[in-house]
Design a protein around this ligand. Structure first.
Ligand code: NAG
Ligand code: NAG
Ligand code: NAG
Length: 327
C-alpha cells in the first residue's frame, strides 16, 4: 500500500468505524467471553455482554488498565444449573475467577490449569460434584482456593500442597472422605487459614502436620480420631483451632498453647485429663470443652469463669466456677 492510499484508507476507516480504534478489549478475550456467555445461556446475567460494546466496559469482568487483558471474572448469586464452561481456560491473563452461589453443576474443567496467573479461585456454594481434581495443584500462583459448600466427594488430593503460596484453603461443607493428606505440612505461606469442617474425614490427623504453622485451623464436624496435641506448642502462631464434633481421644493435661491463641473449640469429643493451668493466662480466649471426658478444677482467671457453664458441661468430673464447686 502506498502512503497516499494508506492515508485515504485510514480516513475512510476512522470516519466509518471510530469505535474500532477506541475498543480496548483484546479480541481473543472478547471471543472467549462471548463463548462463555453462549455456554451459560443466561440473558439476565450477561445482558451487558453486548458484542457491539468494548468488553472492558462489560459487567462482571475487569480489564487490566495497562495490558487491557481480562484479569477478573466474578459472577455471584445466579441460577446457572450448568457446568463451568471449559472456555474459561482461554482467558490467559485471569488472576481472579469467582462463581459464588451460582448453582454450577458437574466438575471443574481441566482447562482451568491453563490459567497460570490465577491467584484467587472462588467456587463456594455451588453444586459441583465428583472428586476435587488433583490438577488444581498445577495452579502454582493460587493464594486462595474456595470450594466450600459443594457436593465434592472422595479424598482430598495431596497435590494441593504444591500450592505453596496458598493462604486460604476452604474445603468445608462437602462430602469429603479419607484422611487429611500428610503433605499438608508443606504449605509455606506466613498465614494459612484452613477450613475442612463438615465433611466425613476420618482416621488420625497426620503427625507431619505438627511441623506446620496454620493461622486458623477448622476441622470440626468430621470423624477424626486419636491425638491432636502435637498441633499445639509455644513455637506456633496459630490463633484459632476448631476440632469440635469429632472422635478425638487424648489426654489434654500437658498441652502447651501458642501465645497467639484466641479460640479453642474442642466440644463433642472424647478428650480426657484435666484443663492445663496455663489456660488461665489468655485474657480473650474463647474456650469450649463441653461434651468430653475431662476431670478436675477449671483454672481461675479473668476470662474462663466469664464464659458460662455451657462451654464446660457434660464432662466426667470437671468442677469449679462456672460449674458447681469441686467436692
Ligand atoms: C439454586 O437452585 C435451587 C434449587 O432449584 C434454588 O432454590 C436456588 O434459589 C438456586 N440458587 C440461586 C442463587 O439462584
Ligand atoms: C448434593 O447432592 C444431593 C444428592 O446427591 C442433593 O440432594 C443435594 O442438593 C446436593 N447438594 C448440593 C449443595 O448441591
Ligand atoms: C510460625 O510463624 C511465626 C510467625 O510467622 C514464626 O515466628 C514461628 O517461628 C513459626 N513457627 C513454626 C513452628 O514454624
Amino acid at each position: 500500500m502506498k502512503t497516499s492510499q494508506f492515508i485515504t484508507f485510514s480516513l475512510v476507516f476512522l470516519t466509518y468505524f471510530p469505535f474500532a480504534f477506541s475498543e480496548k478489549c483484546h479480541p481473543s478475550d472478547k471471543k472467549t467471553l462471548l463463548k462463555i456467555k453462549k455456554d451459560l445461556n443466561n440473558d439476565y446475567i450477561f445482558v451487558s455482554w453486548d458484542p457491539k460494546i468494548d468488553c472492558c466496559e462489560w459487567n462482571n469482568v475487569r480489564c487490566d488498565p495497562k495490558t487491557n487483558r481480562i484479569y477478573q471474572l466474578n459472577i455471584a448469586n445466579s441460577d446457572l444449573k450448568l457446568p463451568l464452561p471449559s472456555a474459561i481456560g482461554d482467558l490467559p491473563y485471569l488472576e481472579g475467577l469467582s462463581f459464588r452461589n451460582t448453582n454450577l453443576t458437574g466438575q471443574i474443567p481441566q482447562s482451568i490449569t491453563k490459567l497460570t496467573k490465577l491467584t484467587n479461585l472462588d467456587l463456594r456454594t455451588n453444586s459441583l460434584s465428583g472428586p476435587i481434581p488433583s490438577f488444581l495443584g498445577e495452579l502454582k500462583n493460587l493464594d486462595y482456593l474456595g470450594l466450600s459448600h459443594n457436593n465434592f466427594t472422595g479424598s482430598i488430593p495431596s497435590s494441593l500442597s504444591k500450592l505453596t503460596k496458598l493462604t486460604g484453603l476452604l474445603l468445608d461443607r462437602n462430602k469429603l472422605t479419607g484422611q487429611i493428606p500428610e503433605s499438608f505440612s508443606q504449605f509455606q505461606a506466613d498465614e494459612i487459614y484452613m477450613y475442612l469442617s463438615h465433611n466425613q474425614l476420618s482416621g488420625q490427623v497426620p503427625k507431619t502436620l505438627g511441623k506446620s504453622n496454620f493461622t486458623w485451623m477448622d476441622i470440626s464436624w468430621n470423624k477424626l480420631e486419636g491425638d491432636i496435641s502435637f498441633l499445639f506448642g509455644k513455637d506456633k502462631s496459630t490463633s484459632g483451632y476448631d476440632f469440635s464434633r469429632n472422635m478425638l481421644h487424648f489426654d489434654m493435661s500437658n498441652m502447651v498453647f501458642p501465645d497467639s491463641i484466641t479460640r479453642l473449640d474442642l466440644n463433642h469429643n472424647m478428650i480426657t485429663g484435666s484443663l492445663p493451668k496455663s489456660l488461665a493466662k489468655f485474657d480473650s480466649l474463647y474456650l469450649d470443652v463441653s461434651y468430653n471426658r475431662l476431670c478436675g478444677k477449671i483454672p481461675v482467671s479473668n476470662r474462663l469463669q466469664e464464659l458460662g457453664s455451657a462451654n464446660f458441661v457434660h464432662n466426667k468430673c470437671l468442677c469449679g466456677a462456672p460449674l458447681p464447686a469441686c467436692k
